[in-house]
Ligand binder design. Structure first.
Ligand code: NAP
Ligand code: ZN
Length: 349
């Protein structure tokens, strides 16, 4: 066991502070990673604040991890010392249930082990995430990073990337489809980039008119201000697919009205009760409201490889670990362009 520096919160109303945590000794199939960069996901804030009522303290967040391998266990075949690698939202699953066998570890029927705040099978207690110097992960949950990508801007692909990629693929977004992305934050900006790269006609649906220029730069063909009832009316019944990243329970009916008959809006953001869904909005034109949770390891690698081929990374603002509390505030205020990434070197200072 080794002790490493980390940043975490001791209670739901506490700021994050420096803490020491333990990492397990290398098992035969483990990869020991020195963390270089870690993205800041809105889920980190939800978990620190106990919004989902299942947080265990201290919460050490972080599931967009990029680093290099410092050691591998005796049975590791796919990774070697010095290699740049990634770790996303999961670090283990049973590998035996139907979901795991289908490569859908996020739906593991025995409960996947999330990178933080899940029961730790090895050390007891709960898992600690990437706001730390080092992490030890089974090789099945370690990802290859395309070498041509700017490593500093890769971490967000590991959660924001796969969480938007997976539904776009699941609902088979095609060239020419009119696709809406609701919410221009970490997930939303990756959603625009991917939908654009897949050839869709992308509409950014935002509450923030001042983000319009950025939305277009990121790949949106149009910007729709959701607070403008007239604009919303003009786009009624016209979308083939909507990816909704709004981070809180909200009124989904205005967005459902935007879908064509038989089309789907997929939620990825509001992991909580929604305000009254109007059954009529679904029934009358046979519309669908769906959800999606991150993506499996195989699909995450597929997404990373796609990013390598298409030169896609995240738009990031690099911060020191010590500035995390201000960064959290800015994310909550929808003031992030478009993902914070922590330079983990700052934790050593
Ligand atoms: P984020 O960076 O804060 O982006 C969310 C964006 O949604 C904001 O920038 C804002 O964009 C818009 N928004 C915020 N509050 C809103 C409201 N009340 N009504 C309408 N729009 C609102 O967050 P994120 O990191 O992208 O994460 C988004 C959500 O996805 C979080 O809840 C996170 O926990 C969840 N998540 C889910 C999964 C999954 O597997 N399903 C994975 C990762 C994260 P505009 O200014 O453009 O309106
Ligand atoms: Zn996340």
């Amino acid at each position: 066991m080794s002790e490493v520096k980390a940043y975490g919160a001791k209670a739901s109303d506490a700021n994050l502070e420096q803490l020491d945590i333990k990492r397990r000794d290398l098992l035969p199939t483990d990869v020991h990673i020195e963390i270089e960069y870690c993205g800041v996901c809105h889920s980190d804030i939800h978990q620190v604040r106990n919004d989902w009522k299942n947080s265990k303290y201290p919460v050490i967040p972080g599931h967009e991890i990029i680093g290099h391998v410092v050691a591998v266990g005796s049975k590791v075949t796919n990774f070697k010392k010095g290699q740049k690698v990634g770790v996303g939202c999961m670090v283990d699953s049973c590998q035996e249930c139907n979901s795991c066998k289908e490569g859908l570890e996020q739906f593991c029927e025995n409960g996947m082990t999330a990178t933080y705040n899940s029961p730790d099978q090895h050390l007891g207690g709960h898992t600690y995430g990437g706001y730390s110097e080092e992490i030890v992960v089974d090789e099945k949950f370690v990802l290859n990073v395309p070498e041509n990508l700017d490593i500093k801007a890769v971490p967000p692909l590991l959660c924001a990337g796969i969480t938007t990629w997976s539904p776009l693929r699941q609902w088979n977004v095609q060239k020419g489809d009119k696709v809406g992305v609701v919410g221009l934050g970490g997930l939303g900006h990756m959603g625009i980039k991917f939908a654009h790269a897949l050839g869709a006609h992308v509409v950014m649906i935002t509450t923030s008119p001042e983000k319009s220029k950025d939305a277009e730069r990121l790949g949106a063909d149009e910007v729709l201000i959701s607070k403008d009832a007239e604009q919303m009316k003009q786009h009624a019944n016209s979308f083939d697919f909507i990816l909704n990243t709004v981070p809180v329970g909200h009124d989904v009916n205005p967005y459902l009205n935007l879908l064509k008959r038989d089309k789907t809006m997929c939620l990825v953001g509001a992991i909580e009760p929604l305000k009254g869904v109007n059954g009529g909005a679904l029934i009358v034109k046979r519309k669908r409201l769906a959800g999606s949770l991150i993506g499996g390891i195989e699909e995450t690698q597929e997404m990373l490889d796609f990013c390598g081929e298409h030169d896609i990374v995240s738009d990031i603002e690099m911060i020191d670990m010590q500035n995390i509390n201000t960064a959290f505030e800015r994310v909550v205020n929808s003031d992030v362009k478009y993902r914070f990434v922590i330079d983990m070197q700052s934790l050593k200072n």
